[in-house]
Ligand binder design. Sequence first.
Ligand code: C2E
Ligand code: MG
Ligand code: MG
Length: 731
Amino acid sequence: MLPVPISGGRAVSVRADANHHRTRAGSVLPGDDRPGEGRPDPLSGVPDAVYRLDAQGRFAYLNEAAERLLGQRADELLGRDVREAFPGLRGSVAEEQVRQVLDDGRSREFHFFYEPTSRWYEVRVFADPAGAAVLFRDIDTRRRSEQERDTQLRELAAVLDALPTPTVLIGPDGRILSTNGAWNRNGRRLLPDAAWPGRVGEDYLASMTRSLDRSAHDDLASGVRSLLTDAARSDGRSFHLDYASPTREGVLWFHLQATRVDAEGRVVITHTDITDQVRARDELVWKVRHDDLTGLPNRARLLELTTEALAADHRAGVALLVLDLDAFKTVNDSLGHQIGDELLRLVAGRLSEQLRPGDAVARLGADQFVVLAHGCDASEAAALAFRLQTVFARPFAVGEITVPLSASIGVAVARPDVRDAHHLLSDADAAMFAAKSSGRDRVHLFSPVLREAARWRLEVATRLRGEAIDQLVVHYQPVVRLDTGEIEGVEALVRWQHPERGLLSPDTFLSVAEETGQIIPITRWLLRETTRKAAEWAAQGLNLRMSVNVSARHFSAETLVRDVRVALQQSGLPADQLVLELTETSVAEDPTRAEDQLSVLRGFGVRVAIDDFGTGWSSLAQLFSLPIGTLKIDRSLLAAAERVAAGETGAVLAAIVGLTRTLGIRSVAEGIETTEHLRMVREAGCDLAQGWLLGHPMPADRLPGWVREVQLAGGDLCALAMAGHAVPAPG
Ligand code: C2E
Ligand code: MG
Ligand code: MG
C-alpha cells in the first residue's frame, strides 16, 4: 500500500494488491500525450514508483514499480479518482501536501507513514500543467533502523549524561555522535576562552588537538584509529592513555579510556581527571629525592646524579664539593631554628646561582651542601670551591638580623680508580673534614692521606669501645692567679698513650669519641680519676682546684649530675674544689636544660666555667643569665687582640673582663705564651691565666715536684715568667 497524492487539494493513500499490471506507457512524466503503440515506456525500468494524476486527481499514468507498490494494475486504476481507489488517504498529510502542490505549483518532498500498511514512504510531488506527477518509494526498513538507532543513541546519551566522567561517543568515521554534560562543562571550564570542547558532528581527533600536545595526540590518534578500523577484531577492545593537558587551571592530568562498543565500530571515550593522583604520586617521588627545606636534591638524588655523571663523562672530570657551614649549630642554637632554616634556604639560593648549566647542588642534611660539577680537573674544581666561598663574603640577612657565615669545603675529583658515587662522596667528605679541622673557612682537596685520616677515625671509634680507655692518661696544666702569681689549680687534659703511635693529643680522638658517644664513659672515668688525684694531693698539703672538661654530649645526656656526685662521694674532694669546663656551644644548645643542670651542680657547690669563650657565636645575655662562676677566654681572642692596635686590644679584653667582674664572674686568660700576653691580660684585669709561659700540661707524678720548685723560687709564677726565669717544662 502506498501514499498517493491526488488532485482536489487532498492527499490519498492507495491500497495496492499484489496484482501486477502494466500501465499504459507514457513519456517521462506522461500526461495526455500517451505513447503510441510500440513506443517503450521510459519509466518502466525505473526502481522508483511513478504515477501521474490529472487536475481532478484521477490516475493518468503508472509505471511498473507503481503498480507493484500500489498492488493494483494500471488498467484497474487509470481514470479512477485516487481517493476513491485508496480511501485511507483521506485527511492524511499526503493528501494535504499534494493539494498544496496543485495550489502553488511548487514541488514537495516528504516522508509519509501510511497507516493501512503501517509503513513509511518517501514521496516527491511535482506540479505539471495537467496535474501532478508523484514519485515514491518504500523506505520503511531504512526508516525503522534509523529510528531504532536514534532511540539507542538517545538511550546511550542519557546513560552517558548520567556519568560524572567527561565522555564522548564517536562513530566509525571518527565523528562525535554524542557527548555528555560532564564533557561540555569540563571543556568550557578548562579550555582557552575561544575554544570549545568537541561538539556533536565534529571530528573527535581534530577536537582533541586543543587539549593534547603533539606526541600525546599522535598516541591518541593511532590508538583510536586502530579501534575504529580494525573491523576483524571483536568489540570490547579498549585503549588507554594518560595525558597532561594545559588548561586555564594549570596543567591537569587525564586518564583516557577508549572502548569499542559495537560491531558498527562505535567507540566510547572517557576522560577521567587524575590530576590529584598524579600530583600526589609526583610529590611522593619528588619528596623521596629532595630536601624538604630547600627543595634541593637530597643525598639519594645526589648519588644518582653523580652515578649518571660518572657513567657519562669518561674523560671529562666529575668533581664533588662538600660544603659544611662553620659553627652553624651555634647560629641555630642562639637564633632559633626558624632563622636557621631561613639561612639554609638563603645559602641554597646563593649556591644555586653560582652553578654552571648542568651542574647541581644538593643538601645532605643539617648544614651540609654538595656541588656536583662536570668537566673539572682538580685545579678547576679548586677554583670553583674558591668561587663558592665568595658566596659567603656578604652576610646573610633574615629580617632585621644579619648573620655572617662561612663554609669549610672539601673537594674530590673522580680518578680512574674512583668511579663510584659513594666513594667519591666519601673522599669529598674526608676533604671537608680536613678543611674543618684546619680552621673555619678553608678549602681542602682530597688526597689519599685523607683516606688515611678517615681510616684513623674508624680505628679510633673501634678502639675506644675496647681497650683504649685503659690507655688514657691525664696531664695537668697549672692555672695561675694574676694578682699574686700563685698556682690556684690545674686543668685536667686527657691524652691517649697509644701503643704504636705514642702519646696522642685529645684533638686526634675526642671528636670521634663525641660522635660515637664514648665521650660519656671517658668523662665518667676522668671525673673519678681527677677528683681522686686532687683529694690525694690535698692530703699531701697541696690544695689545687681541679678543672675538668665536660663535653656537650655529656651535658645533654643528663647523667652528668649523677656522675659528678658519685665522683665527689668516692674521692671525698670538697665540691668547691671541682670546676666543670663547658664550651659555649654546649650550653647554647639547650639553655633551659643547661640552666637546670648548672643550678643543681652549683647547689652542691661545684663551680662551672665557660670554656673557649670567643670561639662560638653566643648570645652574651643568654650566657650571663646562667649560674656560671668563671669565663675562660680563648687564646684565639688573645691572638686576635695581638694583631690589632695595642690600644684597641686592651679595650676589647678589658670590656669583657669588666663585664664579667660586674656579674661576679671570674675570668681566665688561656694560651699565655709570651710575656707580652701576660702583660696584656694583666692590664685588662683578668683574674687568672693559663699557658705555656706559666706551665705546660704535665703528668700527675711530675706536678707536686714542680709546684715545690716554684714555691722554692718565691711562689710568684708571674714574676718568674716576666723575669725570664725558665719555668720547668713538662717531661
Ligand atoms: P681546652 O679545654 O681549651 O684546653 C686548653 C688547650 O690549650 C689544651 O690543649 C692545652 O694543652 C692547650 N694550651 C695550654 N696552654 C697553651 C698555650 O700557651 N698555647 C697553646 N697553643 N696551647 C696551649 P689540649 O690538651 O690539646 O686540649 C685541647 C682541647 O681538647 C681542650 O681545650 C679541650 O677542649 C679538649 N679536652 C682536653 N682534655 C679533655 C677532656 O678530658 N675532656 C673533654 N671533654 N675535652 C678535653
Ligand atoms: Mg678546658
Ligand atoms: Mg679552652
